[in-house]
Write a protein that binds this ligand. Sequence first.
Ligand SMILES: C[S@@+](CC[C@H](N)C(=O)[O-])C[C@H]1O[C@@H](n2cnc3c(N)ncnc32)[C@H](O)[C@@H]1O
Length: 267
Amino acid sequence: MSDGMQKILFDPMKHPEWVAPHSPEWYKQLFEEVGEYKYPWKSTFDEPRAEMILADKITSYLCEGRLLDVGCGHGEFALQFALNAREVVGIDVVEGFIETGNKAKLVENINFLIIDGNGNLPFPNDYFDVAYTKKGPRDWYHEGNRIVKAGGVILGFYHAGSHGALRELFPGLYSQIPKPEANDILCELNLHESGLTDIKVELLEEIEYLSTPEDVLIKKCFGQSQKLREVVWQECLKDVEGIFNKYATSKGLKIINYYHLLTARAS
Ligand SMILES: C[S@@+](CC[C@H](N)C(=O)[O-])C[C@H]1O[C@@H](n2cnc3c(N)ncnc32)[C@H](O)[C@@H]1O
C-alpha cells in the first residue's frame, strides 16, 4: 500500500505543547474548549459500529433494570438507555461533563454524578443489574462486582488503537504500534481479584473512512491546544493532502479501529 521511501512527518507528540491524551490536564483542556467528549473529525463507518455492538449488548442484558455508566463523559451514550431502564446513573470525574449531562437530560430516571470510578463507589451492595464503562476507568471491577447483583453483567469497552492507513501512510505523525490481541487487556485490568466470573474478551474491528485530509490532523490533535494545532497544520497539511488524495477512496481514507470488549458476570 505504501511507497518504499516514505517521508517521516512531523511528530506532534515531541512538541512541548503536547498534552498526554486522557490525562487530567487533557480532559480539563478539552472541557474548557468544547464542553463535552465528542470526536471532532468528520468520517463515515461501515456498519455495525463498535459502540452499537456495545449498546445492543447493554440493552439485551438490561431488562428494565438499574444501569451504571462509569466514566460517562457528558452522558450522551447513557441517555439512550433511560427508556428501557428503571434507573440510569452516569459517573465521571470531570465536573463540567456532569453539569452538561444533567442539563441535557429530559427524563427523571437518569442522574449524572461527580464520582471517581476508581475509588469506593457510594452505592449499596447488589444495587445495579448492569454496569459498564465505555472508554472510562480501568480499576473499578472489584467495586463493580460488589454493587452489581450476583449474575448481573459488567462490561468494559476500550479503544485498542487505530490502524490501517493511519500508521502505514503517515509515519511520524502516527507512531507505529503493534496490532492488538484480544487478551492484551486482561493483564491491564487486574481482574483476578475482582470476584468477576465468566470473563470473556472480544476484539472488535471497526472500519471508518476519514472524510478529508484535515480530518487526519484533527484526529491526531483531538484535545490539544489551538497553538499546537496551528504548528501541526503548518508542518503537515501539504504532505497529508498529497498522501490522502493518492490513497483515499470515494468513501474517504479507510482506517481500522480496534476495541476490546470485556463481558463478565458479578458473583
Ligand atoms: C474517553 S472518555 C469517554 C467518555 C464517554 N464514556 C464516551 O464514550 O463518550 C473517558 C471518560 O472517563 C472519565 N474518567 C477517567 N477517569 C475516571 C475516573 N477515575 N472516574 C470517573 N470517570 C473517569 C473521563 O473524565 C472521561 O469523561
